[in-house]
Design a protein around this ligand. Structure first.
Ligand code: GTP
Ligand code: MG
Length: 615
C-alpha cells in the first residue's frame, strides 16, 4: 500500500485501526446508522443492497438498514467483514472496528477486562423521543470506562421535520447531564439514518447545521497515543524462572500501561515497597534494548533477586508512586442478577491483582435515568451505579481515575463471571494507612544484605512463612505451635516459635507498663515488625495469640507480604471474623494436625515438594 501511495501520512493513517462503539437507548437507531454508513461509503458488495431490499419485499416487510449487518455476517465483503459483535470497515482514512452493542452488558464486561477497547463512542439519541435512561446510563459508563471521545448523533431528524429547535433542545438536555459527570462530547450531529442525512453524506435539509457528518467526525478523531508521558506503571503478569542448566535469571513480565523505563532505573514494587534496579530488558530473537514504553509487553531482570508476585505494580522510584490502600472509595456499576450486598466478599481484579473486597459503605446510588441519587441503601441492584467504600483483604497499589486509568479500573468477579466494575476514586485513610507508609519507608531505608532472600530460600530449602495459630483461651494453641515447631525442626527446617508473652515482657515491656490492654494496635504493629525480621531471615515463624480478628490481621498484612501469612484456627467454633487457611478441631490428634499444617505449607509453596520449582 505504502509504495503505491504518494502520501506517507495517508498511508500510515490507512494502516491505523480505530475501535468505535455505538451505544444509546434501545431503538434509537444504532444499527441503522451503522448499516447506512456501510451502504453510503460504497463498500457494500455489488447488488447487496438490492438483494436485501428484494428479500424484504418478498417477505412483506419494510427494508431496514440494520438488516445489512445481518446479511453480511455470513460472507466476506470486499472491505467489510462482520462477526457476531463487530463490523470491520474501512473509510478513505483508516480501518474501523465498530462494535454495535445491543446487549451492552457483554460489551461493558469486555471493556473493563480489557478484552476489547473502544477508543471512541457514537452515542445515538432519537430526536423525537429525546434523552432516555440508557442515553444517560451509557454516557456515564463511557466516562467510567475511560472513553473520552464521544460523538452524539441526534437521529431520526426526519421525524421532527429537521427542526433546529428540537435538535438544540435534545443537545442542551444531554449537555447539562454530561456536565454533571464532567465529560463533554466533542460533537453533536443531527442525523437521519434512514434518509442518509449526515451519516456519510452531508445533508442539504438542515442548512442551519454547519458541522460535518458522522463519518467525517470519526475520520477526524485523533488516535490516542499510548500514555508514555505519564509515570511508569507495569502490573506484574508473571515471573519466569530459569533455574535449570545454570541459568539463574528470573524474568518479570508484564505490559507497560504508562510511562517509560530504562535499564539502570531503580524500580519499586508495590504494595510491598521492595526496590531493585532494572538490569536488562529481555528480548526474544531481537536486538538488545535499553528502554521500553507504554503499550509494550516486556520482560526484565533485576540486579538483585527479590520476591515479586503477580499482581504487584512496578513503578519507578524517581516518579510519583501509585497509591496504596486497603480501603478505597470507588464508583462502580453492578451487572449481577442478584443485588450486591454489603459486607459480602467478592473478588476484585485490578491490573493483574486479585483481592477479596467487601462493600463497607454505600454512599449513594446514582439513578442513571435522571442522575438523582439515593442514599442509605443497603444493596446495589442490577444495573445500578453507586459510589461506595470497599474494604479489601489486603492492600493493593492503584492509581486514581483522573491520573492513569489503566491502573484505576477494576472488576468484581464471582468465579469467572463478572458482576460489576468501576474505577477507584480515592484511597480512604484509616488506621493502617500510616503502617503502609511506614512499610514503604522501611523498604526504602532497608540495609540490604549480601545474601538475597532467594539464596536463603535455596539454602534452607523453604520459603519463609508466618504461621499464626489462634483460637479461644485454653484451646491448645501453644501445644499445637510447639508441635509444629518440633516437627519442622526435626525435618531440617529453619523454624522458631514466638509466643505473645515472649514479646510482651521484652520488646513490649514499655507498653505493658504504660497502659495494660490499651495499646493493642501498637502491640500488633511491633509483633508484625518482629515477624518481618524473622521472615527476612528466611525462617518459618510460629506465632500464637488469643482470638485474633480480621482487623488484627490487617495490621500484619500492611507490614508483611500477605502471601507469606498462614492463619490457623484451633477449636470447633470460630468466635471471630478471621478468615483462616486451616481449622483444627479441638479433639484432633496433634500429630495429624501437624501433618495437615505441613501439607498446607507444601500446597502454598513454602515447603518445596520434590519437583517444585523455586519461586
Ligand atoms: P437496538 O439494537 O434494539 O437497541 O436498536 P437500535 O438502536 O440498533 O435501532 P435500530 O437501528 O434497529 O432502529 C430502530 C428503528 O428505528 C428501526 O425501525 C429503524 O428503521 C428506525 N430508525 C432508525 N433510524 C431512523 C431514522 O433516522 N429515521 C426514522 N424515521 N427511523 C429510523
Ligand atoms: Mg441494534
Amino acid at each position: 500500500m505504502g509504495a503505491e501511495n504518494p502520501n506517507p501520512a495517508l498511508a500510515s493513517a490507512l494502516q491505523e485501526t480505530m475501535n468505535i462503539v455505538f451505544v444509546g437507548h434501545v431503538d434509537h437507531g444504532k444499527s441503522t446508522v451503522i448499516g447506512r454508513m456501510l451502504a453510503d461509503t460504497g463498500r457494500l458488495p455489488e447488488g447487496k443492497l438490492e438483494q436485501v431490499q428484494a428479500l424484504c419485499e418478498r417477505n412483506g416487510e419494510s427494508f431496514e438498514y440494520a438488516y445489512l449487518i445481518d446479511a453480511l455476517k455470513d460472507e466476506r465483503a470486499q472491505s467489510i467483514t462482520i462477526d457476531s459483535a463487530r463490523v470491520f470497515f474501512q473509510s478513505d482514512q483508516r480501518h474501523y472496528i465498530i462494535i454495535d452493542s445491543p446487549g451492552h452488558i457483554e460489551f461493558i464486561k469486555n471493556m473493563v477486562t480489557g478484552a476489547s477497547r473502544a477508543e471512541a463512542a457514537v452515542l445515538v439519541i432519537d430526536a423525537k423521543e429525546g434523552v432516555r435512561e440508557n442515553s444517560r446510563r451509557h454516557g456515564y459508563l463511557l466516562w467510567m470506562l475511560g472513553i473520552r471521545h464521544i460523538i452524539v448523533a441526534i437521529n431520526k431528524m426526519d421525524m421532527v421535520d429537521y427542526r433546529e429547535d428540537v435538535f438544540e433542545a435534545v443537545r442542551t438536555e444531554y449537555e447539562s447531564y454530561m456536565d454533571q459527570i464532567g465529560l463533554q462530547p466533542q460533537r453533536y450531529i443531527p442525523v437521519s439514518a434512514v434518509e442518509g442525512e449526515n451519516v456519510a453524506r452531508k445533508s442539504d435539509r438542515m442548512s442551519w447545521y454547519s458541522g460535518g457528518t458522522i463519518l467525517e467526525a470519526l475520520d477526524s478523531l485523533e488516535k490516542e497515543k499510548p500514555p508514555d508521558d505519564l509515570p511508569f506503571r507495569m502490573p506484574v503478569q508473571d515471573i519466569y524462572k530459569f533455574s535449570r542448566m545454570g541459568d539463574e535469571r528470573r524474568i518479570v513480565a508484564g505490559t507497560v500501561v504508562s510511562g517509560q523505563v530504562h535499564v539502570g532505573d531503580e524500580l519499586i514494587f508495590l504494595p510491598s515497597g521492595k526496590r531493585s534496579v532494572l538490569k536488562s530488558l529481555e528480548t526474544f530473537h531481537a536486538p538488545a534494548r535499553s528502554e521500553a514504553r507504554a503499550g509494550e509487553a516486556i520482560g526484565f531482570t533485576l540486579d538483585e533477586q527479590i520476591y515479586i508476585q503477580r499482581g504487584q505494580v512496578v513503578a519507578r522510584a524517581d516518579e510519583p508512586p501509585p497509591a496504596i490502600a486497603k480501603r478505597v472509595r470507588v464508583s462502580l456499576f453492578w451487572l449481577g442478577r442478584q443485588p450486591l450486598v454489603m459486607n459480602t466478599p467478592y473478588v476484585m481484579k485490578i491490573g493483574t491483582a486479585r483481592v477479596e473486597a467487601r462493600v463497607e459503605r454505600i454512599h449513594r446510588i446514582i439513578d442513571a435515568s435522571d442522575y438523582s441519587t439515593r442514599t442509605a441503601e443497603q444493596v446495589i441492584g442490577h444495573n445500578d451505579v453507586a459510589e461506595c467504600t470497599l474494604l479489601l483483604k489486603h492492600p493493593i497499589a492503584f492509581d486514581l481515575c483522573n491520573t492513569i486509568s489503566e491502573t484505576s479500573r477494576f472488576v468484581l468477579v464471582d468465579g469467572y463471571e463478572i458482576w460489576g466494575g468501576g474505577i477507584v476514586l480515592e484511597p480512604v485513610p484509616d488506621e493502617e494507612s500510616g503502617l503502609l507508609d511506614e512499610t514503604i519507608f522501611r523498604e526504602q531505608k532497608w540495609i540490604k544484605s549480601n545474601v538475597s532472600m532467594i539464596q536463603r530460600a535455596e539454602k534452607y530449602n523453604q520459603r519463609p512463612a508466618l504461621i499464626i495459630v489462634t483460637g479461644k483461651k485454653g484451646a491448645g494453641r501453644k501445644r499445637l505451635a510447639s508441635a509444629v515447631e518440633r516437627k519442622l525442626f526435626d525435618e531440617g527446617k529453619m523454624v522458631y516459635y514466638l509466643g505473645i508473652g515472649s514479646v510482651l515482657y521484652g520488646v513490649n515491656a514499655d507498653l505493658k507498663r504504660a497502659k495494660p490492654g490499651n495499646n493493642w494496635h501498637e502491640h500488633l504493629r511491633r509483633m508484625a515488625q518482629i515477624a518481618h525480621l524473622f521472615l527476612d531471615a528466611g525462617l518459618f515463624l510460629l506465632l500464637t495469640a488469643v482470638e485474633l480478628q480480621e482487623e488484627d490481621l490487617r495490621v500484619f498484612r500492611s507490614i508483611i507480604d500477605p502471601t507469606l501469612i498462614e492463619t490457623i484456627w484451633i477449636g470447633d467454633i470460630r468466635t471471630t471474623d478471621l478468615a483462616v487457611d486451616l481449622q483444627v478441631s479441638s479433639n484432633e490428634d496433634v500429630d495429624k494436625a501437624v501433618e495437615r499444617i505441613k501439607q498446607m505449607l507444601q500446597d502454598h509453596g513454602s515447603i518445596f515438594s520434590p519437583n517444585f520449582e523455586m519461586p
